[in-house]
Design a protein around this ligand. Sequence first.
Ligand code: PGA
Ligand code: ZN
Length: 433
Amino acid sequence: MIRSRIEQVQAWEALDSRGRPTVAARVQLAGGATGTTRVPSGASAGSHEAKELRDGGDRYQGYGVRAAVAGVTEVIAPAVIGLDAAELITVDAAIADAQQDAGEDRVGANSTLAVSIASALAAAAEAGTDLARWLAGDGPLQLPLPMINIVSGGAHAGSAIDLQDFLVVPHGADSFAEAIEWAQAVRQRATEVAQRRGFAEAVLVADEGGLGLRLDSNEAAIGLVVEAIEAAGLTPGEQASVAIDAAATEFYADGAYHLAAEGRVLAAEELITDYAGWLDRYPIVSIEDPLAEDDWAGWQLITERLAGRCDLIGDDLFVTQRDRLDRGIAEHCGTSILIKVNQNGLLSRTQDVIRAAQQAGFRTVVSARSGETEDAWVADLAVGWRAGQLKVGSTHRSERTAKWNRVLELEATTDTTFAHPFPGAAEGSVRLA
Ligand code: PGA
Ligand code: ZN
């Protein structure tokens, strides 16, 4: 008997952190091992990402995933039962073929990802190990540097400000535990600073656990994070810096960038000039999606101008798709890629994307979504793939802490090293080696 042969696949509707349904699946192997997963879901999703299947209609305000669940049990299950879960690429190829035959209106990316992840988790369990180790092979595991959300805007906080995330990156920490301790101090101080300034809403948390504040400008959010870093007793730029996820696709329309909270409409060049000014004034290690998902010319321009000064991370630009990453590498767009497994839909294909990025000298950030669950496997992906960085929101909300807690567990119980993706940050440069 091949103990890692897939024997049973079950699926059902579960809830995510926004109270919306999501696909859950359980894969059982012949030897008895199981893997269970719930898939995440984005709010500021890129238009080129793999499509999740939603039911529409009245149930759950249209967010139901009964069709996607049926896609698992009726289409994918028969295609993978009998396959060896230890052969990730074979399982994923069968899932992809089944989806192609049945069509994306019967099998969504939420269906494919559920089975892809659940089989990998089951295979790792059958091998007597966990997903991080199963993906990493031999040698010490490399823990990622966390990037932690402090101020939230855009689609995650009722568009209080236009840019989506202002994060702290505790790059001077010596361990993951220290990095989390510093980040928590910054998050806590940010609440206090905001309360002192009269923001009553500073006690509330946005979708990813950050502060959703009605600030006067986007730049004010950067200033607040820097102030919180100082209030936490840390040296900005040396011990901890700022990262921004502009999520610019969300405020791009008709060829221009609309900063509604500031009443300004900017061309790509003007927005890039804004960013350059911020880099002059604040310690910023990375800007994610500084420009919109199809503004390749803008991306080329910003990469030419700012790549030596901070990381430029493509999220909606690359959507964890190999063809878009290859174009970005060829056309010099970006220096780093956000890796979200549900943008792709399959674990092995996502692994191919991160490997290609690493080979091209891009930095890589494994990321959760704004709609998450208590599952922690995204932490195992960051560790197993040696991504260097992990972005899962703030130090608040259990669907976020589940992931940090998973890395803390690995650090406490396993032979690990800690990534230092920004060795030059203290000298004011994150230039790639
Ligand atoms: P999303 O946001 O999950 O809502 O897409 C996360 C991000 O933009 O990085
Ligand atoms: Zn993003």
